[in-house]
Design a protein around this ligand. Structure first.
Ligand SMILES: Nc1ncnc2c1ncn2[C@@H]1O[C@H](COP(=O)(O)OP(=O)(O)OP(=O)(O)O)[C@@H](O)[C@H]1O
Length: 643
């Protein structure tokens, strides 16, 4: 079959790679030579920005080949790669993996070849092609999960930050990556099923396919913590997307320094969705219906706006459901409308805009607004809620119990804000004014978001769509989601669809079988993962002293790749560290979302006992291993593992 290809041999493919690299270099040169001749400073600036973006887009990364696949139809033949490359005549040498035609690469099968005769996948190392694998789809031959290039990719030792999976995206993953921009999707997937990878590739796909729609809002990636963000931050730039905001909820809400902490009970109440209603009342409770008419002096004249007119203006605006500050300006505008009408009646002609604007800003009008619709400031309002018992009781009446209200009480007006307080400040800011919205938001490890944190994100994508990624079994926060419909509701996306991923690409079968023994005790209804990986090592060893741990680390270092020693946070803090940058000591609470070739878990029962959701924490920890898991214990293993 290879002979029927126009360029069949590996050396031909290598020449095509060299030619494509040269073509990409020429594309860069052409971009570098674009200059602005208009002499207009603004145009030059805009062009400079576009040029820098385009050059970043056209960067050639020496460690990754420009293409990873090839498709042959009866009359056409294309290489598929990370970005579009054309020769000088404009003929494509490499098709972007996100182009509609490239979809065939991921979706064609022996059952439905989609017209493809032959699919070729390339193996590579350090940017050079090392071989290829052909599937003669027309003849009904397909490698599917038995592909050795796929096997090599998922078994590859992990070094450094996360890599893209563009060469080996699986059909069920591709369906999610290419789902329409308008769709909100919630992916429930066991550990290692590629949720993070799917979310990042979906962002890259949407920016490519719906660029003009997304241009204004852009895309936002939200992850659980900074360590995770730095682990994934390189994937989108490798896919040519350098302009995506990647952050955590804590950073999104970081408008004040965090200097305080909450008791567990206070934290629970601050993250409870009922706080949204308490804060709504705390804000809108400031609006008063006017009791008197408004007299506005001007020279020797006094304009009068009647009480009924003012009451209707305030009441109607309050009921409109718009942000508080916009409402305040709308009431001002209605006063101005009343004045304009009177001026027209009095003089028979329209007053000038300058007059209208000046009258709306007079001291009397501003003082009136201050009395019926006072200016509010989030920090002051939160301090008032915490320190003014009467104000708190009015806002929380019938929403929080007396005991719950007491949990919010503070004695001093200078609040040392906790992380939960920053979420409440963001809620208040959202009641006061609109946040700028993103066109699409990808949320990773979403099972741990509190209802109030979901609302932080919801405010930033009121008109956009969301990709929610998570695993209910890995939820360890006190407010962890039990059902995705709740999370979607708090995100304001009730119409989101929940979709499952069950094929595991990280954790070897024996290791996942051990972790799956915990599932029935985790109090969630999720399907177990099925691992693609038959290799791997699992060992349960006694821990009689520090030497045993050291010996386990030394043994792990005889293999290639990264090694993590994961223990309950207290124990991890006391561990010595190893003089090898392949070894990391990871506290159990920081392991979520990460992966290491060899994981050494020390005293699993301590991880379980350290927190209320300890069994789920252990489930997370056991599923971080890419190739080998060593469990060291002196104490008995937690119940479900010892059966
Ligand atoms: N189609 C694929 N081809 C090759 N590797 C893949 C594929 N899908 C996922 N992987 C790899 O499997 C590993 C796990 O993927 P990822 O971290 O996205 O899973 P996850 O579902 O987010 O896991 P967790 O819930 O444990 O955080 C990563 O190394 C990823 O690159």
């Amino acid at each position: 079959m290879n002979d029927s290809l126009p360029r069949a041999s590996l050396s031909d493919e290598r020449s095509h790679l060299d030619d494509s690299r040269a073509a990409l270099a020429r594309m860069r040169q052409r971009t570098e030579h674009i200059t602005d001749n208009t002499g207009d400073e603004l145009a030059a600036y805009a062009l400079g920005k576009l040029k820098a973006q385009r050059l970043a887009d056209l960067a050639d990364r020496p460690d990754t080949p420009l293409f990873f696949g090839r498709l042959q139809w009866t009359t056409e033949d294309f290489h598929i790669g990370r970005r579009h490359v054309v020769d000088e005549s404009g003929t494509p040498m490499v098709l972007d993996w996100r182009a509609p035609l490239s979809r065939t690469f991921y979706q064609a099968s022996a059952r439905d070849s989609l017209g493809v005769i032959l699919r070729r996948r390339f193996g590579f190392s350090d940017g050079a092609l090392t071989g290829f694998e052909d599937e003669n789809l027309a003849a009904g031959a397909e490698l599917g999960e038995t592909s050795r290039i796929l096997a090599a990719e998922i078994e590859r030792p992990r070094v450094g930050p996360m890599r893209d999976i563009v060469a080996t995206i699986q059909p069920e993953q591709d369906d999610l990556v290419r789902a329409d921009l308008a769709r909100t999707i919630c992916v429930q997937g066991a550990p290692g099923t590629g949720k993070t990878a799917v979310g990042l590739h979906r962002a890259a796909y949407l920016l490519y396919a719906f660029g003009s729609q997304l241009k204004r809002g852009g895309a936002l990636i939200v992850g659980p913590n900074r360590a995770f963000m730095s682990y994934i931050h390189n994937v989108l730039p490798t896919l040519g997307e350098v302009d995506v905001t990647q952050t955590t909820v804590d950073d999104l809400t970081a408008t004040v320094p965090v200097r305080g902490t909450d008791s567990t009970a206070a934290q629970a109440i601050k993250h409870d969705v009922r706080m949204a209603e308490v804060l709504r009342r705390a804000v809108w409770g400031h609006v008063r219906l006017p009791e008197d008419s408004l007299m506005i002096p001007e020279g020797g004249w006094r304009w009068r706006i009647g009480t009924e007119y003012l009451r209707a203006a305030v009441a109607d605006t309050r009921d409109e459901g718009i942000p508080y500050e916009i409402g305040r300006e709308r009431v001002r505008a209605q006063i101005v409308t009343g004045l304009r009408r009177q001026a027209e009646i009095r003089s028979g002609e329209s007053p000038s805009e300058v007059w209208v604007r000046r009258m709306g800003r007079t001291k009397v009008v501003t003082a009136f607004l201050e009395s019926v619709w006072p200016k509010l400031e989030p920090k002051k309002l939160l301090a008032k809620l915490y320190t003014d018992a009467e104000f708190r009781a009015t806002a929380a009446d019938g929403v929080l119990t007396d005991d719950e209200q007491a949990l919010l009480a503070a004695t001093t007006r200078t609040v040392r804000h906790s992380v939960a307080d920053t979420v409440l400040l963001d809620e208040i800011a959202g009641l006061l004014d609109r946040h700028t919205g993103f066109g699409h938001v990808v949320i990773d490890e979403a099972q741990d978001l509190s209802p109030m944190q979901c609302r932080v994100i919801a405010r930033r994508c009121r008109h956009g769509s969301v990709t929610v990624l998570g695993d209910l079994a890995q939820g360890t926060a006190p407010w962890a989601a039990r059902d995705w419909t709740d999370t979607l509701g708090h995100l304001g996306k009730d119409d989101g669809e929940v979709v499952g991923l069950t094929t595991g690409f990280r954790v070897p079968a024996d290791v996942i079988a051990l972790a799956n023994r915990l599932l029935p005790s985790l109090d969630v209804n999720v399907p177990p993962a099925r691992s693609l990986r038959r290799d791997g090592l699992l060992e349960l060893l006694p821990l009689d002293g520090a030497d045993d741990l050291d010996a386990a680390v030394r043994a792990a270092l005889t293999y290639e790749g990264s090694v993590a020693v994961i223990a309950a946070d207290d124990r991890a803090a006391g561990l010595p560290g190893w003089d090898d940058d392949r070894v990391s000591v990871v506290p159990a609470t920081e392991a979520k979302g990460l992966e290491f070739d060899h994981v050494i878990v020390v005293e699993p029962s301590e991880i379980v006992d350290a927190e209320p959701m300890g069994l789920r924490r252990l489930y997370v920890v056991l599923t971080r291993a890419v190739s080998r898991l060593t469990v060291l214990h002196a104490k008995p293993l937690p119940g479900p593992l010892s059966d």
